[in-house]
Write a protein that binds this ligand. Structure first.
Ligand SMILES: O=C(O)CCC(=O)C(=O)O
Length: 293
């Protein structure tokens, strides 16, 4: 797979960043996000996972070594552990990183809403059939197409651990039909007819990928054999655009915000979206098509 085009050279030029994002459907920036903040989120999340036994004991949790059988979202054992992760302050704080906000400001203007429903992902090395299928985020988040997802691994993500692949230019083809699939989101986009080229690069800590809600992307298999891949998805849109109600609740919808915020040291980012006069809309059901399409 060819590498991502790096956009650090354009990072001070909003117009050039927008042109690049419009051409490719993504922006990849190296050494961009506050590395200490990324590692703080990694440490805190890995601590919960080690406590749950998903990361091996006897070493630092941030090594994220695992010999535990894989867990995936949707299993009963997954939810209590995921909800503990959802309550982590450093994880939600990372989404407000000022250099992430600077890029989303260039892409969207000055009324950027971070959709509060931040996502953490743990991808086991022994669960390849559950690798996230090719999909467009719009199907899951709706509201407005003008949403940019920021995807970043928590720490280094060498090629062996997979990462994320993007189909260049695929955001120009609207919303594609979907079929049911294994893997996060459970829906696979039918992208085969639109052409384009799959690109990806290994990530070092601090690197970040932004992509449009119509950009087709997929998880790459974690072939490390013994290390959990930890990553986050944060999503940004204009506060003045409609926003799907569901993304205003904690991801997976079991916790209330007061439960999430219990025990936080700072209230700076709590209920951050309440300063906007939002237009919430309901989710429109998505109908998977027959595999033969
Ligand atoms: O991290 C992954 O496996 C995929 C994440 C992703 O594609 C998404 O959340 O839209």
């Amino acid at each position: 797979m060819k590498p991502f085009v790096e956009s650090n050279g354009l990072s001070n030029d909003g117009e050039a960043l927008r042109r690049r994002a419009d051409r490719d459907g993504y922006l990849f920036l190296r050494n961009w996000v506050d590395k200490e903040a990324v590692l703080a989120a990694r440490r805190d999340i890995a601590g919960v996972l080690q406590d749950a036994g998903w990361i091996d004991g006897g070493m630092e949790p941030e090594e994220a070594m695992t010999s535990h059988p894989p867990h995936v979202s949707g299993e009963p054992e997954f939810s209590p552990v995921y909800d503990r992760v959802q309550r982590i302050e450093s994880f939600h704080t990372l989404a407000h990183d000022e250099k992430i906000m600077a890029v989303t400001g260039h892409l969207l203007g000055d009324d950027v809403l971070l959709q509060p429903s931040n996502i953490a992902r743990f991808v086991f090395p022994t669960n390849l059939e559950q690798t996230t299928p090719a999909h467009q985020d719009f199907v899951h988040i709706q509201g407005t197409p003008d949403v940019w997802t920021a995807w970043l691994p928590l720490g280094d993500c060498p090629r062996l651990m997979g990462g994320l692949g993007v189909l260049t230019g695929s955001h120009k083809f609207g919303v594609l039909p979907v079929s049911r699939s294994l893997g996060a989101g459970g829906l696979r986009a039918h992208f085969e007819k639109i052409g384009g080229e799959w690109v990806s690069s290994p990530f070092d800590n601090g690197d970040i990928l932004f992509f449009h809600s119509h950009t087709v992307h997929r998880g790459l298999p974690n072939l490390s054999g013994n290390r959990l891949r930890l990553s986050v998805d944060f999503r940004y849109q204009r506060a003045s655009d409609p926003v799907m109600e569901k993304v205003l609740t904690p991801h997976q919808g079991r916790l209330s915000w007061s439960e999430v915020y219990r025990g936080w040291k700072s209230d700076r980012y709590q209920y951050h979206w309440k300063r906007f006069d939002l237009t919430p809309v309901e989710k429109v059901p998505v109908e998977p098509v027959d595999e033969a399409v």
